[in-house]
Write a protein that binds this ligand. Structure first.
Ligand code: ADP
Ligand code: MG
Length: 595
């Protein structure tokens, strides 16, 4: 090995390395600079970004400003006005304190800062690019500070390569802004991307107003306030009731001593508290603010300070989950909430009219099904079905009106139906049967261009996470092909104005939410036919559940359709729709015959 001389790294190199830890993406710049503005006592903070924050981030606050003499120092690594000695680390209440943000940001972008300290007569403009200090000029400016950060990672192309699409990056910034706004209801925040306003909060100090401004009316009217004081922590915040449960954790928001955290103990406690109120793979809506006494938690575990360590994990876990559970079981609220929900939504009879589905979607659908039939997925349920429906025999086999002959005996356990058919006794699982019929219908409708859509009036309002909304937009064509029509309604809210027309007993609102939650994990370039099959599967899962009473007439309609299918005995996922007992088998059971 060739011995190389040991050298101290240059300031710029050190700053760039440090920037790697602190500044990962535009959202981290926004976080650091907004937290600085909060620490500076601002009551109004405006954040504008362009092109996902990669080309420009502009943050203006009306805080205390930086005195001209300290400007140079502020951009030095480990320069901070917030921490003097290591022992203060336990009791620190400001958001920043490592003194790394400004030096890191300046190392990997082009920064212009305009600041005026309230005690000084003039403001200053300072430029620093890639860590190289530029000029410092005196200029007229209001009290406070503006940062303009341009061309993030222009001098570190390897980092730039790791950024996601502009849309995704601005989504991260938006989430960040929402969390900052939630943890500081006393500050008025404005946030816009490429000139479009995305968030504005009033700064009136009321958390529920911020929740409303971010998540909208649907969420707010289904919130239960929760408060708890224990020897380990105190808690204030809101829990969503069961009507706003979600398909992912996007809506679990935990703040500890004013800081957004992702903590396993808190998450587990809350989810345990919801046990019995959540179906499998469902997660709650929660905005919870915790105060832990100084010295009992360590927020300095992670450079972005998202993780914490706490002294009394097990105690916190059990106290918190108990409080959440208690809050959810308190009867008064549940009744009140159910009543308003019923009055406002369920009891409004939607005006329904069938529309032939839009031609362009049908073309896409058709092409997708065609491609699919030819593809390698030949033996999946879809292609099997595609081949089957193209057989002309299928339709003449049994004319639409001719009913298979069966005799219904009755229903047991609100789930199973018994009937006699073709010399056998059948026991049918009504949910699996619905799923099967819906799935086959859906695939056939998509293929035969007979998918219909129902107008819904008034429109259904739902709340989506930023990730869900982005995924829905990405897969809009596939979801519209089902018969849905939807549009952004501002903030996180979406309006559903039409729902699938020819599906049985489906909770369309939940179907849409399920689609949104799952679409997050679909790849952008996934084959359309594959998406289509998933969509159909999800739609079918939303079919009437077991344990839901259906009338004998409804069952007859279902059986008529089911028994006309080529393979009526299994639902699309392989579960049986019915089991049968022959006369012989029964006779054997009762030892009438011995085999
Ligand atoms: P830290 O926040 O950890 O102290 P930073 O690098 O983020 O480190 O900031 C360095 C210092 O610059 C801060 O301690 C603060 O004194 C000053 N500063 C940064 N941003 C602002 C601002 N918006 N208003 C007033 N002072 C600021
Ligand atoms: Mg800081």
């Amino acid at each position: 090995m060739v011995r190389k001389e040991i050298q101290v790294l240059s300031k710029n190199t050190i700053d760039q390395i440090a920037a790697g830890e602190v500044i990962e993406r535009p959202a981290s710049v926004v976080k650091e600079l907004t937290e600085n503005a909060i620490d500076a006592g601002a009551s109004a903070i405006s954040v504008e970004i362009k092109k996902g924050g990669i080309s420009e981030i502009r943050i203006t606050d009306n805080g205390c400003g930086i005195p001209v003499k300290q400007i140079h120092t502020a951009f030095l690594r480990h320069a901070t006005s917030k921490l003097r000695k290591a022992k203060e680390l336990d009791s620190i209440h400001s958001l920043g304190f490592r003194g790394e943000a400004l030096s890191s940001i300046a190392a990997v972008s082009m920064v212009t800062m305009i600041t005026k300290a309230s005690e000084e007569d003039f403001g200053s403009q300072f430029m620093i690019e890639g860590g190289e200090e530029g000029e410092l000029q005196e200029i007229g400016a209001p009290d406070g500070t503006t940062f303009i950060v341009r061309n993030l990672f222009y001098n570190t192309p390897a980092r730039k390569k790791f950024l996601k699409s502009q849309q995704t990056e601005s989504g991260y910034v938006q989430s960040m802004m929402e969390h900052l706004a939630l943890s500081h209801p006393e500050i008025s925040f404005r946030f816009s991307t490429d000139g479009r306003e995305r968030l504005q909060t009033s700064g009136n100090g009321k958390t529920e107003d911020v929740v409303y401004q971010i998540f909208g009316r649907e969420i707010v009217k289904n919130l239960l306030p929760i408060e708890q004081k224990t020897e380990y922590y105190s808690l204030k915040g809101f829990l969503g009731n069961y009507t706003v449960n979600r398909g992912n954790r996007d809506f679990e928001n935990f703040f500890v001593n004013g800081r957004l955290v992702e903590d396993k103990i808190l998450r587990k406690a809350v989810e345990e508290g919801y046990r019995g109120f959540l179906m499998q793979h469902q997660f709650p809506f929660a905005v919870l603010f915790f105060q832990f006494p100084d010295g009992t938690i360590d927020v300095n575990v992670h450079p972005a300070k998202k993780e914490i360590r706490m002294d009394h994990g097990p105690e916190v876990l059990s106290l918190l989950s108990a409080a959440v559970h208690e809050r959810l079981t308190r009867r008064d609220d549940i009744i009140a909430v159910t009543l308003t929900k019923e009055k406002k939504e369920d009891h409004v009879t939607p005006k329904v009219s069938a529309l032939p589905f839009e031609e362009k979607h049908l073309k896409q659908v058709n092409r997708a099904v065609e491609e699919h039939a030819a593809s390698v997925l030949k033996d999946t349920a879809i292609s099997r079905y595609t081949e089957e429906v193209t057989k002309p025999v299928q339709m003449s086999f049994l004319s639409e009106k001719s009913r298979p002959f069966y005799r219904i005996i009755g229903q047991v356990f609100d789930t199973y139906w018994m009937f006699e058919y073709d010399g056998k006794l059948y026991i049918l699982d009504q949910h699996a049967a619905h799923e099967k019929v819906n799935y086959e219908r859906l695939m056939a409708s998509l293929k035969n261009k007979t998918m219909t859509s129902q107008m819904v009036s008034p429109a259904l309002i739902i709340t989506l996470s930023i990730q869900e909304a982005a995924a829905l937009e990405e897969h809009r064509a596939d979801i519209e092909a089902l018969g849905f029509a939807f549009e952004s309604f501002g903030g996180h809210e979406y309006r559903i104005t039409a729902t699938p027309g020819n599906l049985y007993s489906i909770d369309t609102k939940h179907l849409f939410m399920d689609l949104a939650a799952q679409a997050v994990s679909w790849k952008a370039d996934e084959e359309s036919a594959l998406i289509r099959e998933r969509v159909a599967t999800i739609a079918c899962k939303a079919s009437i559940k077991g344990n839901q009473r259906i009338s004998q007439m409804e069952l007859e309609k279902l059986l008529d359709e089911l028994l006309m299918l080529d393979e009526p005995f299994h639902c699309p996922h392989g579960r049986p729709t019915m089991v049968s007992l022959t006369r012989d088998e029964l006779d054997k059971m009762f030892k009438r015959i011995v085999s």
